[in-house]
Design a protein around this ligand. Structure first.
Ligand code: 2HA
Ligand code: ZN
Length: 285
């Protein structure tokens, strides 16, 4: 089968377009990666070429050796992915050591995979270890999540709890919470390591003053997670633009009520008792 006719590329580029339509991808902001299934590789391999040079990834991901990934191109615009996938994204395969990649399809006018390739692959490596079915990693620049990184403490517990309180759906969708990473230089190994550390236990990482990363088993789950967090962040931005304190909210015991009916286990570290009604209060313990 031709790569361009595959459901995989249709799903991948639809997600890019959906993110652009949400306003999360100004200019060339954001990137998307997907770890291909063996049967997807087998079905598309006839359309691949194995002549391109091997390039350094810039980090080591030995557990991903010889695997194939769909990734957006560096400097490319998400708004162009659906109309012209062959020039704007690529399929890469990793070498037997997990230190080099080769483009086997796409970026027909030249170019490289996303500048955030080290972070994507380091995330995909820890995620594969955590759950073999997690294969999508998505990065975008959602305005409300970014805005909150200027006014909330950059603390996983506080950030998660404040977002949880903005929509009952939140702890059901991401009971393990959000990890917050302080400002770090993007594009390199250090920020990749920090993000991968979050992904060892959580599905969502915030890069302060920059954007967010979400992961999931498929495009719908991953996009839906980003959408849920950004929607709750929007509510919090609205609340904080009215007041710095809440008159009413969801209590820790009310959150605990969700566990059984929804088959989840909300991490108790986020259900601390509040001493005040101030938004962004840091717990003592
Ligand atoms: O420009 O979003 O983090 C792509 C990015 C880099
Ligand atoms: Zn970015």
């Amino acid at each position: 089968m031709k790569v361009l006719d595959s459901e995989l590329i249709k799903g991948f580029t639809r997600m890019c377009q959906d993110g652009f339509d949400q306003g999360w991808h100004e200019r060339n902001g954001g990137n998307l990666s997907y770890r291909m299934k063996d049967e997807e590789v087998a079905g598309l391999k006839d359309d691949f070429s194995f002549d391109a040079e091997w390039q350094e990834i810039g980090t080591e991901v030995p557990e991903l050796h010889d695997l194939y990934f769909v990734v957006t191109g560096s400097g490319r615009y998400m708004r162009n992915m659906q109309t012209d996938p062959a020039s704007n994204l690529c399929i890469i395969r990793l070498d037997s050591t997990g230190t080099k990649y080769q483009i086997v399809w796409g970026l027909v006018n030249g170019g490289r995979p996303t500048s955030e390739l080290p972070t994507h692959l380091m995330n995909l490596q820890v995620l594969k270890r955590r759950d073999e079915d997690i294969r999508v990693v998505y990065h975008c620049h959602p305005a409300n999540v970014i805005a909150l990184t200027y006014v909330l403490p950059l603390n996983d517990r506080v950030f998660t709890r404040e977002i949880f309180e903005m929509a009952t759906e939140c702890p059901v969708v991401f009971p393990k919470g959000i990890g917050v990473i302080p400002w770090l230089l993007c594009g390199g190994k250090l920020i990749g390591e920090a993000t991968a550390k979050v992904m060892e236990t959580k599905d969502f990482a915030v890069w302060a003053h920059h954007g967010a990363f979400a992961c999931g088993t498929d495009f719908d789950i991953t996009f839906g997670l980003m959408h849920t967090v950004e929607k709750a962040a929007e509510v919090l931005v609205k609340v904080m633009s009215i007041t710095d304190r809440k008159l009413n909210t969801i209590t820790p015991d009310q959150f605990r009520e969700l566990n059984k009916p929804f088959g989840i286990e909300i991490d108790e570290q986020f259900l601390y008792e509040r001493k005040t009604d101030l938004i962004g209060e840091i717990p003592e313990d």
